[in-house]
Design a protein around this ligand. Structure first.
Ligand SMILES: *[C@@H]1O[C@H](CO)[C@@H](O)[C@H](O)[C@H]1NC(C)=O
Ligand SMILES: *[C@@H]1O[C@H](CO)[C@@H](O)[C@H](O)[C@H]1NC(C)=O
Length: 319
């Protein structure tokens, strides 16, 4: 009886070892078939290279005396002052573990100097604005994200985790911090993973990509740009990898292409009990205890964020 049992155990262990080994062999043979990165042409490289642009506003010393556990990088347009103010008064409020900075380019179109003047006042008051001299536009979002990665690697290399999060997102910072305490420290990126993305070839689409710009017919796995979290070591590595990846204007796809160069796979995050995607990219009706078990929820105007936060910040722990 006993011997049969231990024999079974030995067999089980052997079979598992063989399975693990073959899975590893499979993974390593797959990674050999990754497209070889080739350096970009000078023109392609210039568009994304941090050396091409200069800082108009910067905060080079914010991390000099501290190493934030969680660093929020928020891309935002210069004129979106209300969104910044709402974030400073909700999840982005300076805390013991967190630091929040806003990233932008230059205002295009009319009223340029009045918006820029207000922005500089705001920057003196809050010391949380980083601005570079590229034109701030939807199509230039990838330039902004790469500027953020380079900024972080340069001025805040000792942060533990970074969250890239859009300005219209609800972030459950309480849950996020406790959940991150048990996460991997390096080579880690998570969010709402899209693993079956394909380029749109219809020239009327907002996300149109020509075959010339992107010849492959699918995207590598990437995390939705609304909000994703990564270990801070990846900022410098993604920045480095961008030297081999041609610009596409969808910033989240672009980061996915850089991750492929690095051989880093984004991981999907499910709630333990709820089995729900913790990075909810749909818009959900506010419910305190539903939100308490999620990390992000999409689609918040500044006034709604402020309103919901009043209830959530006081009541989330009672769920
Ligand atoms: C992106 O920024 C560059 C640098 O400022 C500028 O030359 C270009 O026109 C911008 N593109 C768009 C579509 O805004
Ligand atoms: C980062 O941490 C290292 C080691 O703890 C330290 O030597 C260095 O001064 C820190 N750098 C910054 C910018 O805080």
């Amino acid at each position: 009886m006993r011997t049969t049992y231990s024999w079974r155990l030995v067999r089980l262990l052997t079979v598992s070892a063989v399975l693990v080994l073959s899975a590893q062999l499979l993974v390593s043979s797959l990674s050999k078939h990754l497209p070889k990165p080739s350096p970009l042409t000078v023109v392609e490289d210039r568009l994304l290279s941090p050396e091409t642009y200069q800082y108009i506003l910067n905060q080079p010393a914010v991390c000099r005396d501290r190493s934030p556990f969680l660093f929020f990088m928020v891309p935002v347009a210069p004129e979106e002052a209300a969104a910044r103010e709402a974030i400073r008064n909700t999840w982005g409020a300076p805390g013991q573990d967190t630091l929040t900075l806003f990233y932008m380019g230059l205002v295009g179109g009319g009223q340029v100097s009045s918006i820029q003047g207000k922005l500089e006042d705001e920057s003196r008051k809050h010391a949380d604005i980083i601005q570079m001299n590229f034109q701030d536009s939807y199509q230039n979002l990838t330039i902004k994200i790469m500027m953020m990665m380079n900024w972080l690697a340069t001025y805040c290399p000792n942060a533990s985790y970074v969250m890239k999060v859009d300005a219209d997102i609800f972030v459950n910072v309480f849950y996020l911090i406790s959940w991150l305490r048990g996460s991997a420290r390096q080579g880690f990126i998570t969010g709402s993973v899209i693993s079956d993305g394909r380029p749109r070839r219809d020239s009327n689409s907002k996300w149109y990509l020509s075959e010339e710009e992107y010849p492959e017919d699918s995207f590598p796995p990437y995390v939705s740009g609304a909000g994703y979290v990564f270990s801070a070591d990846l900022a410098g590595r993604i920045s480095w990898a961008s030297r081999f990846v041609r610009m596409v204007s969808m910033e989240d796809v672009y980061v996915g292409l850089c991750l492929r160069v690095l051989g880093v796979r984004p991981v999907y995050s499910l709630g333990l009990l709820t089995l729900r995607n913790l990075f909810e990219i749909r818009n959900l009706e506010y419910n305190r205890c539903t939100f308490a078990k999620l990390i992000i929820v999409n689609g918040f105007k500044p006034s709604k964020l402020l309103h919901v936060w009043q209830d959530f910040s006081k009541g989330h722990s009672s769920c």
